[in-house]
Design a binder for this molecule. Structure first.
Ligand code: PRP
Ligand code: URA
Length: 217
């Protein structure tokens, strides 16, 4: 089974509470997505490889370290976009490869609409970025794409997961570590009466992460 990490960090728990709040406006929501993404990426990259280098300080030569792995940030459009910028500032040498997927509203199946990966892999470690792991369909499809590309090490960095999505991703790709800020209760079922929310949303969740970032809800 995949390793699933759910952060207990107080800063993350505080910020995720604000993200969930229906009264949090898009500007604040985007700031929070950015901040939580940085904190989660810090934890998700704790096992990256480093090699020893020597560095000249103003006083002497010192032993130092540099990252050995080339990192690829792979946001799933749209909602994953908000997780890129902050993490990228922490690791400016990373490459960013966008994958465009949307969930078909009726079937909840991911539909691919954007992928400009070059023929051969250019990075050693891929961090898939998407705030929501709901049915897991989009995450599994993205890992499939990256594995076909030849990516060897892949981690999923999300914010809120549903038990169904965590199970689906970890069963389909047991070698992919999953980093989340929270695992919620369940997914909404098929609506049975007018006014019910659409199927496949995380409960309690935070609503539609793309719409809340981009003000399109
Ligand atoms: C959301 C979210 C994930 C996906 C999760 O994207 O950002 O990509 O749904 O659902 P799943 O685990 O059931 O696949 P959405 O399809 O709403 O597109 P958007 O980001 O463009 O709004
Ligand atoms: N996508 C979202 O943005 N939110 C959910 O709860 C599920 C999928």
């Amino acid at each position: 089974m995949a390793r699933v990490f759910v952060s207990n960090h107080p800063l993350i728990r505080h910020k995720v509470t604000l993200l969930r709040d229906i009264h949090t406006e898009p500007k604040k929501f985007r700031e929070l997505i950015r901040e939580v993404a940085i904190l989660l990426a810090y934890e998700a990259t704790a096992d990256l490889g480093v090699q020893e280098v020597s560095v000249q300080t103003p006083l002497a030569t010192a032993k130092g370290y540099e990252l050995t792995d080339k990192i690829g940030l792979v946001p799933i459009l749209r909602a994953g976009l908000g997780m890129v910028e902050g993490i990228w500032e922490m690791m400016p040498a990373a490459e960013v490869w966008h994958i465009g997927l949307y969930r078909d509203h009726r079937t909840l199946q991911p539909i691919e609409y954007y992928n400009k990966l070059p023929v051969h892999p250019t990075v050693q470690v891929c961090l898939i970025l998407d705030p929501m792991l709901a049915t897991g369909g989009s995450a599994v499809a993205t890992v499939d794409i990256l594995k076909r590309w030849g990516a060897k090490r892949i981690k999923f960095v999300g914010i809120i997961g549903a038990p169904e999505g965590v199970e689906r991703l970890s069963t389909a790709h047991p070698d992919v570590d999953i980093h989340l800020a929270a695992i919620d209760d369940h997914l909404t079922p098929e609506p049975s009466k007018p006014g019910d929310p659409p199927a496949g949303y995380i409960v309690p969740g935070l609503g539609d992460a793309g719409d809340r970032q981009f003000g399109t809800g």
